[in-house]
Design a protein. Structure first.
Length: 95
């Protein structure tokens, strides 16, 4: 994707989010466009908004953990991985 195309796509996605801020697909699309543009902090914000509406969504938890790892924010990444582990794996209490 060319830089101009990415900017235009991001503008359209922002407009969509502004029109319907509760739409998880719009939030996810904007988060993915931020990732493509290497705006990882902004991607985390969009995924966090999506997570606030669906706190049990394992895919979003994993995406945030992955982004934090890419940003070398390992403690934050681990906190999201622990949340996933508590939902599907061996937790600290049962280990």
């Amino acid at each position: 994707m060319q830089a101009g195309e990415l900017k235009l796509a991001r503008e359209h996605a922002k407009n969509a989010v502004n029109l319907d801020p509760d739409n998880p697909w719009y939030l996810q699309e904007l988060a993915e466009l931020y990732q493509i543009g290497k705006e990882l902090d902004s991607a985390v914000v969009m995924y966090a908004k999506q997570l606030s509406k669906d706190p049990e969504n394992l895919n979003i938890l994993f995406m945030i953990a992955s982004l934090y790892e890419r940003m070398a924010k390992y403690d934050e990444s681990l906190s999201f991985l622990y949340r996933i582990d508590e939902k599907i794996g061996i937790s600290k209490e049962t280990a």
